[in-house]
Design a protein around this ligand. Sequence first.
Ligand code: PRP
Ligand code: URA
Length: 215
Amino acid sequence: MSVSFDPERVTLVDHPLVQHKLSILRDKRTGTKQFRDLIGELALFEGYEATRDLPLEDVQVETPICAAPCRQLSGRKLAIVPILRAGLGMVDGLLELVPAARVGHIGMYRDEETHEPHEYYCKLPVDVDQRICLLVDPMLATGGSATAALGYLRKQGVRDVRLLCIVAAPEGIAAVQEADPDVHIYTCAIDEGLNDAAYIVPGLGDAGDRIFGTL
Ligand code: PRP
Ligand code: URA
């Protein structure tokens, strides 16, 4: 049975370089260092898309030649919020794009039997409700972890949340959209679905284990 979701609230980041890197990432022969590097690179590509609408203001800059009308970022600041542990792999790539962003952490693990998320740690910037939050986790499978993390951010008063993952299952996208009508999802791939263990098919296996070499 196919799962439907609102494509208007999903951005597929499918630049040729992204597709190439994702193929290496999926390959079971790819080792920990290369896997970790690729996750960071893909996060940077996604961050580029997810920040495309940031507001700008006019500024005047003196070049060595003359005064030039220029544009700079204005308005609300960013927070990057990885879902531990695998989300950590995306943080450095995003900080390369937005070095001044604050970083919050939400610790969540999925019960291997029930696939339900369990929260074990949360630490967010004090002014998180004033920031645009990039909630990051490479895998959106059932959507349980992302939905719980989103709910937590909403409880803290965060209005603008953008969920960045690398591989998503249609089931996960649908679950997140149902739980939160305002979140926008960015992903490099939308895969076929989930297997009996709620792993994404074809997916890339266990992202956290592959990033941290705990296979
Ligand atoms: C993985 C992944 C997501 C979650 C996705 O984390 O990084 O957080 O599973 O699955 P879901 O959409 O069905 O909730 P895991 O619980 O394996 O923890 P880890 O990041 O510490 O490896
Ligand atoms: N978590 C992962 O790391 N991979 C999956 O395919 C599903 C959940």
